[in-house]
Design a protein around this ligand. Structure first.
Ligand code: ADP
Ligand code: MG
Ligand code: ZN
Length: 613
């Protein structure tokens, strides 16, 4: 139902309520009420003038129709036990009233009941009539549509940093919105849809808002997951609603977050559970095709799973432009840190460049979160400036969750965790081709009992290329924790604390064999189809395209790789047992050991890099 109807309905309702209240109140005194004294009442009764009396339930009042029939008479009664006898003796018909019977509220209610019922019925009739054919009887979709509209986002390109390429491509969209006439005049068609592709937190929403802000147009947003509801047809009606609103506010930006929630490939459902999503997607496609020419509506959608999107969405005239929004590199992170350090007071020792170096892999959201955490820490510590200490603590927090300092650890457990982490760290430090150790800590954090941080190399992160020896070292490092426990405390004492490490080892080994062709026995073949199905997470679904025999060889190759890593790690730890002990001691003592302290320890012990096996 559109707004005008609803408002009209509300007005009518209001007027009726007022009238009903008024009549209920004025109703009461309209009949002339006289009041008699008790003595007169008794006289009249005894002279046979009164035929019928209504007594109030507490027997303090009597009412009856006046003898001349013109009105009501009210009498206040004293507590006279003989009254009822007098009345019966004179053949007066007695009724005792229930207390509430005559109250104003009962009247109000009874007067209101019928008009309100009528209105409710009228409401539904109007509703159905005005929303036309094809709409749901009760219009679930519309009543709850969570389309958000910001007339002005106040975000500009200045607030978005470190993703220059994406900004450049979207600057064009701003131009379309601002100068639609110029493009229309020479017959150019303005693009309808732009798809922003990138991992969460990289600034996709921010970028879309900035486009609206720069162009000075309203920003409509809805999340794909909100289209998909329990009732079939609700999603489709939300899409319709969204575009209705957009059309009446053009030029504008419509932002659909998590479009993969609706836009997955159709016809791939297990069972029949996908009707709703398909209908929603179809409606979206219809709407996008529906607005012809340059209406000034540009749809920006965001996803981190472009691979699962239905091909129909990516066709020309729909989301035919794709803009990749990736994790920022060093320069980008520096820019983002600059943007988010606005308005914060930093001590002199804070060096944004250093922070940017320490944070490879961080997204814009991580960085903004990081500076905010640092500010909160500084405030908690009653400082007037944020110093590098707070920043460093905040980095650890963002990486691994808050420390759980108050958790009491027994001495035994403490030394176990210390050896475990020392094992990881020592192997990491002594392997020639691996990331440098940044920090080791035995303070529990998140779900981890302790942690060893490595600084990933920028180059490796960016290229995504890892050498065979790097992967072998990675497995050895991951096994180092468990191994140290074994060496020091014996096989019987090892704990479940290494389960994450072991999973990582298994994953790396399997990928080396089946995806990277790094097994000597099986050679450079990719085994298992990785495309997977859109409705099962792609990562779990790797289809088998090899024989039982190959499967067995894969298993034995994986085993061999893990065994090899295990014996290398064991060798390093047994050869450097004295360093392992010292490092564990340091950890038990200080709880954290940083890169420099570790370096000192290695130098003073004249440690040597392990040879590549
Ligand atoms: P996405 O939509 O890609 O998940 P958001 O746009 O919601 O990410 O980013 C969340 C927050 O992180 C933003 O509000 C902003 O504060 C910060 N942020 C993310 N990327 C950037 C960036 N490139 N420049 C500045 N701030 C950013
Ligand atoms: Mg977002
Ligand atoms: Zn571990």
């Amino acid at each position: 139902m559109n707004k005008r109807w609803r408002n009209a309905g509300l007005y009518v309702l209001l007027v009726v309520v007022v009238i009903a209240l008024a009549t209920a109140f004025f109703d009461q005194p309209r009949q002339e009420t006289q009041s008699w004294r008790y003595s007169r009442f008794i006289d009249e009764v005894q002279s046979g003038q009164v035929e019928k009396v209504t007594l109030s339930s507490d027997r303090t009042q009597a009412q009856f129709t006046s003898p001349d029939g013109t009105g009501r008479v009210m009498v206040n009664l004293p507590s006279d036990p003989g009254l009822v006898d007098i009345l019966t003796d004179n053949n007066v018909d007695i009724t005792v009233q229930r207390q509430t019977d005559d109250s104003v509220w009962v009247r109000v209610f009874s007067t209101l009941l019928i008009p309100v019922l009528l209105l409710v019925v009228l409401f539904f009739v109007l509703r159905r009539a005005s929303s036309g054919p094809g709409s749901q009887a009760m219009n679930f979709g519309k009543s709850k549509a969570r389309v958000q509209m910001e007339p002005q986002t106040q975000v500009t390109f200045g607030d978005v940093a470190g993703i220059e390429q994406a900004k450049l491509e979207l600057a064009e969209v701003v131009d379309f919105l601002k100068n639609a006439d110029r493009f229309t005049a020479i017959g150019a068609k303005i693009p309808k849809g732009v798809l922003l592709v990138g991992p969460p937190g990289t600034g996709k929403t921010l970028l879309a808002k900035a486009v609206a802000g720069e162009a000075g147009v309203p920003f409509f947003s809805i999340s794909g997951s909100e289209f998909v509801e329990m009732f079939v047809g609700v999603g489709a009606s939300r899409v319709r609603d969204l575009f209705e609103q957009a059309k009446s506010n053009a030029p504008c930006i419509v932002f659909i977050d998590e479009i993969d929630a609706v836009g997955r490939q159709r016809g791939a459902g297990l069972g029949g559970g996908n009707d709703e999503r398909e209908q929603t997607l179809n409606q979206l496609l219809t709407e996008m095709d529906g607005f012809e020419g340059n209406t000034g509506i540009i749809i920006i959608a965001a996803t981190n799973r472009p691979d699962v999107l239905d091909a129909a969405l990516l066709r020309p005239g729909r989301f035919d432009r794709q803009v990749v929004v990736d994790r920022p590199d060093y320069a980008g992170r520096l820019e983002i840190l600059r943007v988010h350090s606005r308005g914060k007071t930093f001590a002199k020792d804070v060096d944004l460049e250093k922070i940017a170096r320490r944070t490879p892999g961080f997204t814009g959201a991580d960085l903004s979160n990081l500076l905010n955490e640092a500010a909160i820490l500084a405030a908690r510590r009653n400082l007037t400036e944020i110093s590098m200490d707070e920043v460093n603590d905040a980095i650890d927090r963002v990486l691994a969750g808050p420390e759980k300092k108050d958790r009491v650890m027994s001495e035994k457990r403490k030394s176990l965790v210390a050896y475990h982490e020392a094992g990881h760290a020592l192997i990491g430090a002594l392997m020639p081709d691996y990331d440098p150790v940044q920090k080791i800590s035995i303070i529990p954090r998140g779900r981890a009992g302790g942690l060893t941080w490595f600084t990933p190399s920028e180059e490796r992160l960016e290229s995504g290329l890892y050498s065979r020896s790097y992967l072998q070292n990675q497995m050895a490092v991951a096994l180092g924790g468990r191994l140290a426990e074994e060496i020091i405390f014996g096989d019987e004492e090892v704990t479940t604390g290494a389960s994450n490490d072991l999973q990582q080892v298994a994953r790396v080994a399997r990928q080396m064999v089946t995806r990277f062709g790094m097994s000597d026995k099986l050679g450079p073949v990719a085994l298992g189809r990785q495309q997977g199905n859109p409705f099962l997470g792609r990562d779990i679904a790797s289809e088998r395209d090899f024989s039982e025999q190959t499967a067995a060889s894969i298993d034995s190759e994986v085993r061999a790789l893990v065994d090899q890593a295990y014996s290398r790690a064991k060798q390093v730890l047994t050869n450097n047992r004295h360093i392992l002990d010292q490092l564990a001691e340091m950890l038990i003592d200080k709880e954290t050991v940083d890169a420099e302290e570790l370096q000192q320890l290695l130098i003073s012990n004249d440690a040597r890099m392990a040879s590549i096996a």
